[in-house]
Write a protein that binds this ligand. Structure first.
Ligand code: ZN
Length: 407
């Protein structure tokens, strides 16, 4: 049992109400027993039984739920910094992909890398994520694109979860792009996904979600439907990379297949917004990817006003979003996706939890939920998001344990 005292402002981020309502409590305290939160309220009202407990002194700072990055492609062999200049000088993502660069070059190097090498890379990233206040991340496969290499990447994520650093939620993304060897035989590759990869991944419990990149350079809506029909049978819930580079009906597809989230959405249609709201599909904003691909960012105002829950994530990957700095993505979402700091905070906590189907377990500071917290060196959320510093996180507590402290 432990208590966090002297919290200047506690952003509880409860789900109810508007996206902008972070349900703050001034001069707050939080008590937790083991991994779970037991009591939340004003410190003045802290029940007697917790008053003598060993405590963390928050020093009057802002305390928020442990941050959740609900969209990363964590395991890959090499960054694609060689493409950076080409992109700056005007070559498009699709041009680079069609010339054999892009995702396929990452596939080549990741296939050659051992699981151990990938784990070493990932641990370096996740250690720094912990220091930023992040406690849960979603990780996608999709740089293997063969049965063995997809299994290799997903088992890297299983190993990372055992490292007891961050909580990892795994997503199978064999449908990231069509690998070179199936270039002239797409239907065979989809058969491989449906008949070999999905059954094996399900049998070994290696993923919770199945994600498909619906785009001109990747998969059509019809191909995605076939894959989701099979993944559903194997108990994997749907996620989509949708409407990122062209308007491709991705949001509508996400609603029709009952996806948990649709991510990117730079080119979402009005109809897509209506259908996502109706089916409670979470929209995930990925401003780093918009920035690095020089796309106009999705205006989240039209989603929020249309009744869609909006999350914010990094899309950390070696090509179009080479940073795992979630607070940076949050600041960019304010400026590029037109979300207020409070909306962004809910986007990286409770709505990110919703995008992973974990909103009953984490994402807000409420009795019964996981004792995951980030201590932020700011007076309030506006101060935090506006005055961007390399790292405002003072301490990270995950499942009731202090896993990072700046001191
Ligand atoms: Zn992505």
């Amino acid at each position: 049992m432990a208590v966090i005292k002297n919290i200047g402002l506690l952003a509880t981020c409860k789900a109810k109400g508007a996206q902008s309502d972070i349900h703050p409590i001034k001069k707050a305290a939080v008590a937790f027993e083991g991994q779970r939160i037991a009591w939340v309220g004003q410190e003045l009202k802290l029940p007697k039984k917790y008053q003598k407990e060993g405590s963390f002194d928050a020093g009057g700072c802002l305390v928020v739920p442990g941050l959740i990055d609900c969209h990363t492609h964590l395991a890959f062999a090499e960054f694609r910094d060689k493409e950076f200049e080409k992109k700056i000088l005007g070559e498009s993502y699709l041009d680079i992909a069609q010339a054999g660069g892009g995702i396929l070059s990452t596939v080549n190097s990741t296939r050659k890398a051992s699981a151990q090498k990938l784990i070493e890379h990932c641990l370096k990233y996740t250690a720094e994520m912990v220091e930023l206040g992040i406690t849960t991340i979603e990780c996608k496969s999709g740089y293997g694109l063969s049965l063995n290499d997809e299994l290799k990447i997903l088992s890297v994520y299983s190993e990372l979860n055992k490292a007891e650093q961050l909580d990892i939620v795994s997503t199978f993304m064999g449908a990231h792009t069509v690998p070179t060897e199936y270039k002239n035989n797409r239907s065979e590759y989809i058969k491989l996904i449906c008949e070999e990869m999905l059954p094996m991944i399900s049998e070994h419990g290696l993923a919770s979600f199945c994600d498909v990149f619906v785009e001109d350079s990747a998969f059509t809506a019809n191909e995605a439907k076939t894959i989701f029909k099979t993944s559903k049978k194997f108990g994997l819930l749907a996620k989509l990379h949708a409407d990122q580079l062209t308007p491709s009906g991705g949001a509508e597809l996400a609603a029709s297949v009952g996806a948990v989230s649709a991510d990117h959405l730079e080119y979402i249609s009005k109809k897509g917004i209506e259908q996502m709201a109706r089916k409670a599909v979470v929209a995930v904003m990925l401003p780093l990817a918009s920035l690095y691909t020089h796309q106009p960012a999705c205006n989240a105002r039209k989603l929020i006003d249309g009744g869609v829950d909006v999350a914010v994530a990094t899309d950390f990957n070696p090509g179009s979003a080479p940073s795992y700095h979630l607070p940076l993505a949050m600041m960019l979402s304010c400026n590029m996706n037109r979300m207020t700091p409070a909306e962004v905070l809910k986007g990286a906590t409770i709505n990110a939890a919703k995008a992973l189907g974990l909103e009953k377990d984490r994402g807000s500071i409420e009795a019964g939920k996981l004792a995951d917290f980030a201590f932020i060196d700011a007076s309030d959320v506006n101060d935090w998001m506006y005055h961007f510093v390399p790292n405002a996180c003072l301490a990270t507590i995950k499942r009731g344990e202090l896993i990072y402290s700046a001191e």
